[in-house]
Each structure stands twice: as structure tokens, then as C-alpha cells.
Design a protein around this ligand. Sequence first.
Ligand SMILES: [Zn+2]
Length: 391
Amino acid sequence: MGTSTKMLIIRNIGLILTGKIEAPIADGDCVIAVDGRISAIGYEKDLDTEGATTIVDANGCTIAPGLIDSHVHPVIGDYTPRQQQLHWIDSTLHGGVTTMVSAGEVHMPGRPKDIVGLKAMSIAAQRWYENFRPSGVKVLAGAPVIEHGMEEHDFKELANAGVKFLGEVGLGTVKDGKTANQMVSWARKYGIQSTIHTGGPSIPGSGLIDADMVLETGTDVVGHINGGHSALPDGQIVCLCENCAQGLEIVHNGNERAALLTLNTARELNKLDQIILGTDGPAGSGVQPLGIMRMVAMLSSLGDVPAEIAFCFATGNTARQRELDAGLMEVGATADFVLMDQAQHAPGKNILESVQLGNLPGIGMMIIDGEIRSHRSRNTPPAQNLPEELT
Ligand SMILES: [Zn+2]
């Protein structure tokens, strides 16, 4: 190994969650990462642990891939003008999240809506979050909201400049399926993913997007299928679950009854691998540092889903549906982890049962790219056991 190689060993792990819905729990008590990527998962006695630069004793805690928020509205740095709040991303790291995907930087005061201006802002937003990761969190931003008058070359230009995601279709002037479908197709042609504002208007100025418009537009993700906040009528949500082969995104800032309808319908259709989670914050309802973890506990408990599967909604499912370099516990994957344990005095015989009873776990450590980014969470309930950095 070269002198600059960084090797992280996490040993004495109580439970390894994989993020893979087909096999959500892995055997082993040890995970090793070299230069920010997972190099081994298994039992410490079977693994080569020579050359560690950092050793973490998990003290029996559970390890999972860092959680992914599929739907955020960042603006700049670790500040949101929406609720005049500082350090919301750092707070969210303390809620287990290591990757966020922008659904549009729509809260930027004076946001340009002319085509030259919106392209410039998207490219700038993509750059400023690539160049500056608040507390290490990966914010995949620079998501333009499509407006009337955009042409194919605009999407090519955006893609060439590094833009990878569209903001929610429907938040701009394009509110008809035909135009939206054309623009989403151009975006896809150049490798830009798309999502859509499903449901009623979120705040004054946004509009209704019904199931017909979602289906006609054909985005890569059905954004907040449970509304943000106002959900579509039940029949339309069921219709979307039946007819969509892409990500069915449930958000914290949506309708919780509609979230459970989506979950139950997807389960009946054998489509649980399409369920992905977002907060849709910052928004009118504030910021939710624990939003993704709360969704895991809510869907697991009220939706009767084993906790290890609910964690997949927030990790591997999102990574696969959105083609992210994150969210999976496997050799070669990026070493973004949450270490957590059953909260003190929470009922349940272990962390999984406790989550399925609706309780949040306590987070003890966050790791991004193989580096420790935070120790005991200041936001979750205290855990029974805490991991410890030994060197
Ligand atoms: Zn929305």
C-alpha cells in the first residue's frame, strides 16, 4: 500500500444493513474501506486488517449505508432563505443523511426564469455544491426548472456543463404534458434525469399536476407521489403505481395517508423496489433534519414493513432508481455510513424491532468517503451503545 492510502476498519459491528431490498442484511461484524470505498465486508477474523489508519469499535452498533434524501430544495451553502435557517444540512447529517438530490433551487431569491439566466444559475449551483460540501454531505444540485421556450440545445449545453438533474417539472411555466414530455426527452437524451411535482400546488405560484400529466410527461421519478403537500385523489395514486416503472417517491412533507396508500399499493404490485424517500425540505413546513429517518420509522411501523426493508427505501432503492454512487453496502461502493443503535428506553428487543414499533434509532457516528464526519448525533435520541474511534 502507498504511504497516502487511508484504511478505515469498523469492527465489532452488531448488524450490517446493506440497502439491498433483495438481501437487506449481510453476515459479518467488520467493514473495511480503502481510500473512501468499501474493500471488504465480513467477519474480522477472516479479513486482512493490516495497515489501518483509522479503527472504529462499533460496540455492537448497526451499520447502514448513509441515507439518501431524494428530494431537497437547497439554495447555497448551508443556508436556506426559505425559513432563514443556517446549518440545516449539518443538522441533516446528524439525522443520518450523507447524500441529497436537488429537485430545484427554487427558493433562491430573485431566481431567474429567463432561459439564459436559469441555465447560468443551474450551472453555478451544480458547481458551488460540488466545490463545497457542507459538513461533508454530498449535495447533488444544479437542477433547472424547465420554462417555455427551452430548446434541445439548451439541454445539451446544460449536460455538457455538468448538470445531471432537472428540478421538478411543473414548478415553472411548463404545465402541459406534451411540452413537458418533449423537454424531459431532450434532457434524457443528454443524460439528465427528471422528476415532477405530483399533486396540488405547494405554495402560491405552483400548480396542480395530475396523474395524466405525470404519465404523459414520463419523468424518471414520480416526485412526491404522496403530494407536497396536497395529494392526488386515491384512484390517481393507485393508477400511477400501476402504470409507472420508475421511482415512486414518498416525501416527509407530503400527505402521510397517501404515503401509506402508495406503500400498500406498491407492495400488492410487487414494486417495493421502486419506493424511494425524500423530505422535500426546506419548504413551507420547515427543514427536517430527521425527516428521512422519520419516514423509515413511519413506513415500517404504520405500513408494517420490516425495518431492514424500510432502510432500503432510504438507501439502495434511491441509489438504484436515481443511479447514484451511494446507498449500497458492497465491495467497491462509496464508504458513506451511518452507525446507530436502538434508542435508550425505546421498546423492542433490538434496533429493528424498535424501529418497526415506530421509534427512531440513536445515531452514534457518521462517515462519508471513509472519513468520520460526526460522532454522537446532537439530534437523535441517545443510543444504547456508541461507536468509538480507537486511533
Ligand atoms: Zn414539489
